[in-house]
Write a protein that binds this ligand. Structure first.
Ligand code: FAD
Ligand code: SF4
Length: 476
């Protein structure tokens, strides 16, 4: 245990965000560095619980060895902490920066105090590991001669590819976009994670023998039959890209866009790429984001950096309580009001609002028409007399994702879907087609990076078992 009285002596601390007026001028990451000495103190707050809920199934989907590395950081044994971290998580630099940290919501210390700063400790262990040159390729000791195709290069596909390459399979990742990374590349803005963080990990994977092929859309440029002929197993890790639509009058007006079209363009601009389609920008515009979740927050942060003149965010659901709702007691992920870095940068937030229509001039949106709603017996009911109008030049639809895109590849394959419309798998992550596996958002529906990594690892185990007739996957 780091320090038996640490949780009594020290209070929770973490890195500060850069001041709003500075950070909205660039796309660099939001946080200032946090000193090693302070991290050691934060590690000392961990109580090394007999039942560490932080790493339970509610706390951490990859079952990170959190009390172990908290203790190692407190003792300054960073290299050992890195080893413990990599035992369960291929990409702690992604989760350390981006995870909403259900581990902290489940931390026992959080029952009557502030939880341990687990995410920040994780983030600093891996960044130190890269800085010190401790993150090296892990080369397989044998070559199995088996070939695996991974369709999709988000965190699920990448985690599976790395696990499989490390046990000696020949892995090719096929990606329809022009760069590797899935939503890490073309969804999550640079101010949440700069893309060199992704590139340095991809370099390690290349050195470990993973082959990446970009601009290959499976179902268009090649098909599953060809993949099954050329590879011994196929893993579908194509995300859940089917956005929830808002089919109201005026949806076709210019200036009304899906969040992902908007966010992808900005990540391309930051990468120095030319935009070949119609440019979407918030510069000088009154922006309304429809959808109160994380994608909406990423749209707001982007709109601020592009120079919007007004930013509003509309959410259909009622405003959550300021503290943990009684319906989500510890150690569950708490339902409560969250104020993100983007809200801090300026935003007018409205809850219980339904958009009924867009209207415009010369084919371009100028107004949203809305009304207030209440939920009665599970149904959304408009409040009479609550109709409102809001001026807008740019409307971004960030209402979540309904599941994987089916009308291309998936429907043509005869795959079984689960009750929620995601690709169905057995306990080894194999679909109803022999040798074809699925993981991440394709299998689970839109979720989190940590779940994608967890499921990528589990699917890799399933693939390896299939290829090796019963062996379980063990990385060196
Ligand atoms: C804007 C936004 C912000 C988010 N922020 C966070 C966050 O801060 N923290 C967090 O934990 N989670 C966040 N998420 C959720 C998280 O990004 C996803 O849960 C995670 O990326 C899912 O990983 P995946 O590998 O399953 O799929 P994806 O990351 O979606 O990757 C799927 C890949 O498959 C490719 N593909 C699809 N079809 C084909 C095909 N036919 N052929 C070839 N390639 C194909 C796609 O182009 C894509 O690159 C965010 C999501 C969004 C949309
Ligand atoms: S639940 Fe919190 S205090 Fe307990 S072991 Fe995990 S991080 Fe440490």
């Amino acid at each position: 245990m780091a320090d038996p009285r640490g949780f009594l002596k020290f209070t929770r601390e973490g890195p500060q965000r850069r001041p709003v007026e500075l950070r909205v001028k660039d796309y660099k990451e939001l946080y200032n560095p946090f000193e090693d000495e302070k991290l050691k103190v934060q590690g000392a707050r961990c109580m090394d619980c007999g039942v560490p809920f932080c790493q339970s199934s509610t706390g951490c989907p990859v079952v990170n060895l959190i009390p172990e590395w908290n203790d190692l950081v407190h003792r300054g044994r960073w290299k050992d902490a890195l080893k413990a971290l990599h035992t369960t998580n291929n990409f702690p630099e992604f989760t350390g920066r981006l995870c909403p940290a259900p581990c902290e919501s489940a931390c026992v210390l959080g029952i009557n105090s502030d939880p341990v700063s687990i995410r920040v400790i994780e983030w600093n262990i891996i960044d130190k590991g890269f800085e010190e040159g401790w993150v090296e390729p892990v080369l397989p000791v044998v070559s199995t001669g088996k070939k695996v195709a991974v369709v999709g290069s988000g965190p699920a596909g990448l985690a599976a590819a790395q696990q499989l390459a490390r046990v000696g399979h020949q892995v090719t990742v096929l990606e329809k976009a022009d760069r590797i990374g899935g939503l890490l590349r073309y969804g999550i803005p640079d101010f949440k994670m700069e893309k060199w963080v992704l590139d340095r990990r991809l370099e390690q994977m290349r050195e470990e023998g993973v082959t990446f092929e970009t601009s290959v859309c499976v179902g268009v440029d090649t098909n599953l039959d060809a993949l099954r002929r050329d590879f011994d197993a196929v893993l579908l890790a194509m995300g859940a890209e089917q956005a929830r639509e808002l089919p109201v009058p005026g949806r076709e007006l210019k200036g009304v866009h899906l969040a992902m079209d908007y966010l992808t363009q900005q990540n391309k601009r930051v990468a120095g790429d030319a935009i070949h389609e119609e440019e979407i920008s918030a510069k000088g515009k009154r922006v309304v984001v429809i959808g109160g979740g994380d994608t909406g927050s990423d749209c707001l942060g982007t709109a601020h950096r592009q120079g919007c003149v007004e930013a509003h965010q509309f959410e259909l659901l009622p405003e959550p309580p300021p503290t943990r709702a009684g319906s989500t007691p510890w150690p569950l992920w708490p339902m409560r009001l969250r104020t993100s870095h983007a809200h801090e940068e300026g935003c007018d937030r409205e809850w219980s609002i339904s958009t009924t229509k867009f209207s415009g001039e010369n084919g371009h949106v100028t107004k949203l028409h809305t009304n207030r709603v209440v939920f009665e017996e599970g149904k959304i009911v408009p409040v009479s007399g609550s109709e409102m109008e809001m001026d807008a030049d740019l409307v971004l639809l960030a209402m979540g994702f309904v599941g994987p895109v089916k009308n291309g590849l998936l429907d043509s394959l005869g795959l079984n879907y689960d009750a929620r419309g995601n690709v169905g798998v057995d306990e080894h992550f194999m679909t109803n087609i022999d040798g074809v596996f699925a993981s991440g958002d394709t299998k689970r529906g839109a979720s989190l990076i940590v779940w994608a990594i967890a499921e990528g690892r589990k699917a890799a185990q399933g693939v390896h078992r299939y290829l090796q007739a019963g062996q379980s996957l063990r990385t060196p």
